[in-house]
Design a protein around this ligand. Sequence first.
Ligand SMILES: C[S@@+](CC[C@H](N)C(=O)[O-])C[C@H]1O[C@@H](n2cnc3c(N)ncnc32)[C@H](O)[C@@H]1O
Length: 339
Amino acid sequence: MANLMLTKRCNLHCSYCFANEFVNRQSDEMSYENFLTCLDFLSHDPQERIGLIGGEPTMHPELKRMLGKLIDSPFQQICLFTNGILLDRFFTELRNSKFTVLINLNAPSGIGQANFDRTIYNIDQMINHLYMRSQVQLSLNVYASDMDYGYMLDVLKRFQMKRLRLSVAVPNMEAGREVDPLAYFRMMAGTVRALVRDLLEIGVAPVFDCNYIPFCIFNDEDNALVSRYPEVMKRSNIHRINPVCSPVLDILPDLQVVRCFGMSSLYKVNLLDFRNTQELQRHFDAEIDKLAYHILPSDECRGCREYAAMRCSGGCYAYRLDKIRKLRQEIRSVWGELK
Ligand SMILES: C[S@@+](CC[C@H](N)C(=O)[O-])C[C@H]1O[C@@H](n2cnc3c(N)ncnc32)[C@H](O)[C@@H]1O
């Protein structure tokens, strides 16, 4: 999957957002020309899934034109990542079945009641008036161990949603990631466990985004819980998760590419130095992933068979950013700088 960061502007200021390195600092927007360059680059593989991200992509002044271009393109799976506040401006285009709309819905106490109400209005329009139910997905960022997600349960019930995408937020400040990832997951596990239980009770399947929780964090009680809801769990990805961190290519407005936002301060390359996404993936794999796996995420992972077999990365690589940076510097000093 390749994500195009259409704009660095955002109409919200989410405390946990790991795009904060960019967002609202500069008001960079991807030009329409650069957008076409991205599509041209990605057209080597029309099966490629494209994500439109930000900042808040609905704040891009040319989003309508971009969506129109995507409708005429060979790409068939395009996901708009949004907070949902401005969606009604784009209903005409988004009704095209190649689009899905992933709405990160935060609590009214965090985003303000008026913004929350606008998003709910837009969800209602799409689901109940525009027949877009299959294109709408709600998402919750789990960013605090004491977060109150009750509002989300109400929304899921109101719209009879069958799935909720959950993203266990990676601490967005690099200093915050100087934690043992397993300790961090344990801290968040109570909330995730309670949330999964509450979701299953109302027939909603949890669908996990990356930053997978290593299986060792779960216990027999968790397994017993999910096995009580086999029908709902068929819609979940829990049984298909391979908890290994893998690259999502994020293309910035100026055509710089980062392996994903969480790793953005480590390394950027220029899209135009590559011929296709496979080359980019291979490059990031060699430059980052291969090194990252050799850095033990936690003392607890020492001797772990899952880790040794590369079936679990012990969480997102962003937790070991600093160590990867040092290892890369050492390797570079042996190789010499690129000419
Ligand atoms: C950076 S947001 C920008 C798009 C849009 N404004 C939105 O609210 O979805 C894109 C994605 O990043 C994810 N995200 C943001 N902060 C994160 C964090 N600290 N850890 C993991 N995922 C995060 C969100 O789940 C969201 O799907």
